[in-house]
Design a protein. Structure first.
Length: 124
């Protein structure tokens, strides 16, 4: 029978983070979290409501808006869950800034698509 030791659980490649490294990590992650929340719950909410108001009859509009906001909130929670899982695992396969740039570009593209749809409905 072997005795459990904390040293057995430690990885050989584990390094101690500095306060600066941790603050950079948290700043990058929270900016992504807040960006995805703003993208889904602000920009895409307006986009979906504009589409619903344009194409659905008045008597079904309220139900469609409620369902759409519920789905957007679910998408926002899903984005937060995926970010939380990544925070737990903290993979070292690519750098923090590389991941932040990739997600920032993706988030900007999704937000721009939503704004483009709104612009189209306002000018057509």
């Amino acid at each position: 029978m072997e005795t459990y030791s904390y040293i057995d659980d430690q990885d050989d490649s584990a390094t101690i983070e500095s306060v600066r490294d941790r603050l950079q990590f948290l700043t990058a992650e929270w900016s992504l979290i807040l960006g995805w929340i703003c993208t889904y719950l602000l920009i895409w909410r307006v986009t979906v409501v504009a589409v619903i108001e344009r194409y659905l009859p008045l008597h079904t509009m309220r139900f469609a808006i409620i369902v759409a906001v519920l789905l957007l909130m679910t998408a926002s929670v899903y984005a937060l869950t995926m970010t939380g899982r990544w925070l737990r695992k903290r993979p070292q396969s690519h750098s923090l800034w590389q991941r932040w740039r990739y997600n920032g570009i993706t988030m900007c593209a999704v937000a721009a698509l939503g704004r483009l749809i709104i612009w189209y409905f306002m000018h057509v």
